[in-house]
Design a protein around this ligand. Structure first.
Ligand code: WQD
Length: 338
């Protein structure tokens, strides 16, 4: 069995990806310092897959501790690197924390990938790198724009670092640009656990519906879109997770060293905030307490993916639609309220 190291394995996308990797026959180990996630995810993964996953609770900015994991696990052939800080607003207040954490952890992991011959490397990137695009849907060749936040800058720099490392060393690397991952595993054993007041739309919806938040705001309905609210490409976290398994398999099959390939991971459907809310209301039968508020600073008006590259080359197909995303997010919220 081939061992894949997943960093950030206790986080939202990391935990769902571990489930998918295990279900597809991979041996998985995790590194997560638990600074932004809980190791309860490991119990959820075990509940779904029957497998106990080893998590090393170490910090990837600690190079010696990172190296020790590679020394203890000489069978690591691939790395999927999720671990990073990801709050846009916080990154504006604490840019140096973001640069230190997100960049040094990536550099250390790439150094270990080279030194310990783990050539298959997948990096979590983001549609943030496109900024406010001139044309939509965006393809992988759409020009990138200046990052709107230090968080976004760490993703752009991360892409450059991975690309440069791949050209200089025998690595087969893939950059996955996620659009808006939402929903939860249908078992409700794992899902998203936002820290503090949720900034993202779907946790704000489900927390309002369950009564954790009294009311939520739609950030602007005066944009030039079909109903005035912003357009995003929401995608089920299990579809995102499966794309990682396909990407690792693709990298292993082609074994093209000195390569760096980019894939957009979105459904290709642009959905407005109000459409997302109405889909939630339909599947939950809850009337959401929301009001129209002002625009949120820094919001992009409209973005969604052209996902042809992932469909054609990874043979990736989204299984979950918008209602499935809302249904599973709602089931998860209800399960953690118990
Ligand atoms: C979606 C839409 C809001 C909350 C984030 C990250 C980005 C990337 C993708 C990882 C927007 C509106 C939200 C609320 C609302 N992630 N909204 N009321 O901004 O597209 O991007 O996820 O890399 O880096 O910033 O996602 O979920 O915050 O917002 O009306 O209470 O929902 O204005 O139009 P966003 P989001």
């Amino acid at each position: 069995m081939q061992t894949i190291l997943v960093t950030g394995g206790c986080g939202f996308i990391g935990a769902h990806t571990i489930v998918d990797l295990v279900e597809n026959g991979f041996n998985v180990i995790s590194i997560d310092n638990l600074s932004r996630a809980s190791d309860a995810s490991l119990l959820g993964i075990e509940k779904i897959t029957g497998k106990k996953i080893t998590n090393y609770t170490i910090d990837l900015t600690d190079k010696a501790a990172t190296e020790a994991v590679f020394i203890a696990n000489p069978d690591i052939v691939g790395i999927i690197h999720f671990a990073a800080y990801k709050a846009v607003g916080e990154s504006v207040e604490k840019p140096l924390d973001y640069y230190e954490n997100n960049i040094s952890s990536l550099v250390h992991l790439l150094q270990m990938a080279v030194k310990y011959n783990a050539p298959h490397f997948i990096f979590s990137s983001s549609c943030t790198v496109y900024g406010n695009p001139d044309t939509i849907p965006v393809t992988e060749n759409t020009p990138l724009q200046t990052a709107a936040s230090p968080y976004g800058a760490t993703k752009q720099m991360g892409e450059t670092i991975v690309k440069d490392a791949a050209f200089a060393h025998p690595l087969s690397t893939i950059l996955l640009r996620y659009f808006n991952p939402v929903g939860a595993h249908p078992s409700t054993a794992i899902g998203e656990l936002p820290i503090g007041r949720p900034q993202n739309l779907v946790p704000a919806i489900t927390q309002t519906a369950i009564g954790k938040l009294p009311k939520m705001q739609v950030h602007g309905n005066d944009y030039d879109t079909r109903d005035g609210s912003c357009i995003r490409d929401y995608i089920h976290v299990c579809d995102i997770a499966h794309a990682h398994t396909l990407a690792i398999q693709y990298s292993m099959k082609n074994n093209q060293l000195n390569s760096c390939e980019i894939f957009n991971l979105g459904t290709g459907n642009g959905i407005t905030v109000l459409e997302a809310i109405h889909a939630f209301e339909k599947v939950s039968s809850v009337q959401l307490n929301y009001e129209i508020g002002p625009r949120r600073a820094g919001d992009i008006v409209s973005i969604y993916a052209n996902n042809d590259h992932a469909v054609n080359h990874l043979k990736w197909h989204c299984k979950y639609d918008l209602e499935d995303m809302m249904r599973t997010a709602w089931q998860w919220e209800q399960s953690i309220a118990k």
